[in-house]
Design a protein around this ligand. Structure first.
Ligand SMILES: *Cc1c(COP(=O)(O)O)cnc(C)c1O
Length: 380
């Protein structure tokens, strides 16, 4: 007898809330169940009384939240008899698609922007044996091509326009509700295609619906995929705050952006696929969108690494950067509880980390005297 039951992935954990049945062959790598870490130093650093939690999605099997959606999308693709999947990607979707396809024994085709993908993500896609197709264009070009080619070839799209992706991703909200015993007041996310902010809202709505009171309406997001589609949704839900990189902020501009640019490559997206749904999330939750400059994003990434010991990739730090901005201004009032999703691991993009690092690095002779001197010179 094991001491406690083995965790075997989010589909098993939330089977009754996901579109699977008893015969479904589940393609899982043990994704989900990520830590919700309460920040202990940054609130004091800001001089504000707030509870900030980070949901460290970088600890999923391939290092980003994309695994939550991919376990579901690949499980359903296999169930439907598909032998190949395809996606456009800024990197993390391709890493997840490659890994889950390897697990399932099917082929993954990934379209990535030539030269604009973080090194760790490229290494993953290649290592897992995906067919990597670099295009001389950006993510938005890749997305358009994937949609076109899927009409002409026997491949299943596993971008977040695949509704099973959002079904898998909604489970992050379930985990947060279960750990906190209620919804946070604010939930902050980086926004690229806006699939994840939509998925979280679906999750919060379903969870509060399942737990009972304050009926306010029906779940209008899931296209009939969730079992609460005709049911009711309720009160205790967070305001959803979506933050974009300033050079890639279509939700702030109120229109699509043609040449998005930011160091946060995972959200370098000018034509978000979940445009309408994201606006609905903002309206229904009473939340807002805002933008952060690359400088502010990188500063938040570094602060989190230095003050809390948590390493996320630049795009992920956008949620914390935005939250800190709104806490400082008082838009998020003191006394609030805030969850920031850290979408991907810092090791995904070692170049961005090393480029902005200010840690002292000294080279010395290999003798005791030199080491002693190096220590004394660098004591803070
Ligand atoms: C995919 C991704 C995002 C953006 O998520 P959307 O659902 O496209 O809004 C943010 N951060 C990281 C690290 C990602 O991989």
């Amino acid at each position: 007898m094991p001491f406690r039951s083995r965790y075997t992935g989010l589909i098993e954990a939330y089977r009754d809330r996901l579109p699977v049945n008893d015969d479904t062959r589940i393609i899982s790598l043990g994704e989900g169940n990520t830590p919700l870490i309460k920040l202990s130093n940054i609130p004091a650093h800001l001089g504000k009384k707030v509870d900030i939690y980070v949901k460290y999605e970088g600890l999923n099997p391939t290092g980003s939240f994309k695994d939550r959606g991919m376990t579901m999308a690949v499980t359903k693709a296999v169930e439907e008899g598909s032998e190949a999947i395809i996606c456009a990607s800024t990197g993390n979707t391709s890493a997840a698609a490659a890994a889950y396809a390897a697990r399932a024994g099917i082929t993954a085709f990934v379209l990535i922007p030539d030269g604009k993908i973080a090194l760790g993500k490229l290494a993953q896609a290649m290592m897992h044996g995906a067919v990597v197709i670099q295009i001389k264009g950006n993510f938005d070009d890749g997305m358009r091509l994937v949609k076109e080619v899927a009409d002409h070839a026997p491949v299943t799209i596993v971008n977040s326009i695949n509704p099973y992706r959002l079904q898998g991703q909604k489970t992050a909200a379930f985990e947060i509700m279960e750990e906190l015993g209620r919804a946070p007041d604010y939930h902050c996310l980086p926004v690229g295609n806006a699939g994840n902010i939509t998925a979280h809202w679906i999750g919060y709505c379903e969870y509060s619906s399942a737990s009972g009171d304050h009926v306010t309406g029906a779940c209008t997001f899931c296209d009939g995929h969730c079992r609460y589609a005709d049911g009711a949704i309720v009160g205790n839900r967070p305001r959803m705050l979506g933050y974009q990189a300033a050079g890639s902020a279509p939700f702030m501009r109120g229109e699509m952006v043609d040449n998005p640019d930011t160091v946060a490559t995972a959200i370098r997206i000018g034509h978000p696929q979940s445009w309408d749904m994201a606006w609905k999330v903002k309206e229904e939750s009473g939340g807002w969108f805002d933008e952060c400059t690359d400088e502010v994003i990188l500063a938040a990434q570094k602060l989190l690494a230095e003050k809390e010991g948590i390493f996320c990739e630049p795009a992920s730090a956008t949620s914390l950067a935005g939250a800190m901005m709104d806490i400082q201004s008082g838009k998020i009032p003191e006394g609030s509880s805030i969850v920031c999703t850290l979408t991907g691991h810092g090791l995904k993009d070692p170049d961005a980390a090393i480029k902005q690092s200010t840690s002292p690095m000294v080279t010395i002779d290999a003798d005791l005297e030199s080491v002693k001197r190096a220590i004394l010179d660098n004591m803070s």
